[in-house]
Design a protein around this ligand. Sequence first.
Ligand SMILES: C[S@@+](CC[C@H](N)C(=O)[O-])C[C@H]1O[C@@H](n2cnc3c(N)ncnc32)[C@H](O)[C@@H]1O
Length: 213
Amino acid sequence: MQGSNVDVGHKLEAAATRLGFEIETVAVDRLRLLLGLWHRFGRAFNLSGATDEAGLLGHVLEGLQVVALARRIGCDSAQRWLDVGSGAGFPGLVIAACLEVQVTLVEPRERRASFLDLAVNQIGRSDCRVVRGHVDGSAWRPIKAGEALVAGSFDWASARAVFAPEVWVELGKQWVKPGGVVVAHVKAESGAFAGEVARVDGERWSIRGVRGG
Ligand SMILES: C[S@@+](CC[C@H](N)C(=O)[O-])C[C@H]1O[C@@H](n2cnc3c(N)ncnc32)[C@H](O)[C@@H]1O
């Protein structure tokens, strides 16, 4: 990465403060490590458009909005978080770096899933897992036989840039337990969803938490 580690750390801490929470040192260290991995492996693993520091940091800061939302609503280490279509790991890897919830990252594409596996191990989150396949309504279509994923068994569910937000909120409700939270990424000016319990607004994106039935 171009910027110094100190600069990146300060940017992450300042962003968290703006979002209303204090980011732990371990989370800053994990995010620094991830930024290095995205920068180093972005092209080789065909991860996402952004491989420069500013672009990657932008994705991470949007991920911190999700972290802020979860901390505002309340989450703990016994909870399970589903991130559908993780791609390069947004927001799934940012969640795994910052929150002690058990994250399941779903990604059908082989190279992206391999990167996610590598990244989860590098940040020391062996309690998180990566599965390859497609979420199709409440059905799970695994690529590798034997990798199970059960609808209605998660406390949290996120999916960024995979489905239209309205579609995702309805779909995500099938994947969380009663009272679980579906996290939706919408344009800043979008209206509220029925059942919305919290929101964290950024300049371009607004992160919403919608309670499942
Ligand atoms: C546009 S990318 C977004 C990746 C990441 N969430 C982000 O915001 O950078 C969409 C990702 O979702 C995956 N995907 C598409 N349809 C899916 C489905 N039905 N179930 C799981 N993953 C899916 C794709 O392979 C791709 O990596």
